[in-house]
Design a protein around this ligand. Structure first.
Ligand SMILES: Nc1ncnc2c1ncn2[C@@H]1O[C@H](COP(=O)(O)OP(=O)(O)OP(=O)(O)O)[C@@H](O)[C@H]1O
Ligand SMILES: [Mg+2]
Length: 229
């Protein structure tokens, strides 16, 4: 489903160059649950941005579902992104003045669904993440774990086959983190491919496969039940 070949990303700020990714080769199959670990600055978010079609590599080939996305312009890239990718971020990225319900409805307003269907779908998803009783609240009236569950509901609205989460439990206590991971597990069991960045081994342990990054390179990987390869 996801194939990265010789992916390199160089950031240029004037005369300064930072090589954030150096020749990454990686395949992720449909339905996998993958965790990405590695020290700060090792290129994890850069990789997630490329996989999520938020950014393009400096060089290399990225094939997503048979489509060569590394060379697409911004318009086509955003079309792929809208159809294929749901995002969850460490800082939730919710609209603070809008209700929980409206936050979840929002992506569907760009997706062309009518108002009644949008509300129906948003309520259904909020029920699924255990927030059926909070739909009229504002995000500021919720706990961190509840906010992240709103963000997860929002990421599911377009039925994207891939869910990307960059340190989704980074701002949560351990109980809320476990609740969020339970939710990811359920979503994975329903067939969604999940790729999650984390610094916490306990969180990575939920994944079937762990990729270890260092200095912009894929250093090694481990699979559940297997020794390091
Ligand atoms: N927009 C940018 N412009 C210039 N350099 C950048 C930019 N984004 C990231 N970098 C650099 O690229 C490298 C990789 O950054 P990245 O954010 O991918 O790391 P990370 O593994 O996600 O780190 P963290 O665990 O701290 O989130 C770092 O050296 C960073 O400073
Ligand atoms: Mg990061």
């Amino acid at each position: 489903m996801i194939t990265l070949q010789d992916i390199r990303k160089v950031y240029r700020n004037g005369p300064l160059e930072v090589e954030a990714l150096a020749s990454v080769n990686l395949t992720i199959e449909r339905g996998e649950f993958v965790a990405i670990m590695g020290s700060s600055g090792s290129g994890k978010s850069t990789l997630m941005n490329i996989i999520g079609c938020l950014d393009v590599p400096t060089s290399g080939k990225y094939v997503l579902d048979g489509e060569e996305v590394h060379a697409l312009d911004e318009v086509r890239l955003s079309s792929v992104r809208n159809r294929k990718i749901g995002f969850v971020f460490q800082s939730f990225n919710l609209l603070g003045r809008q209700t929980v319900l409206h936050n979840v409805e929002l992506p569907m307003m760009y997706g062309g669904l009518n108002r009644i269907k949008r509300t129906q779908r948003a309520l259904e998803l909020l029920e699924k993440v255990g927030l059926g009783g909070r739909v009229k609240h504002k995000p500021t009236e919720l706990s961190g774990g509840q906010r992240q569950r709103v963000a997860i509901a929002r990421a599911l609205t377009m039925d994207a086959p891939i869910l990307l989460a960059d340190e989704p439990t980074g701002n949560l206590d351990s109980k809320s983190s476990e609740e969020v991971m339970e939710l990811f597990k359920n979503i994975h069991q329903e067939g969604t491919t999940i790729i999650l960045v984390t610094h916490e081994p306990d969180i990575a342990a939920h994944a079937e496969r762990v990729l270890w990054f260092g200095d912009g390179k894929l250093l090694r990987e481990t699979r559940k039940g297997c020794a390091a390869i």
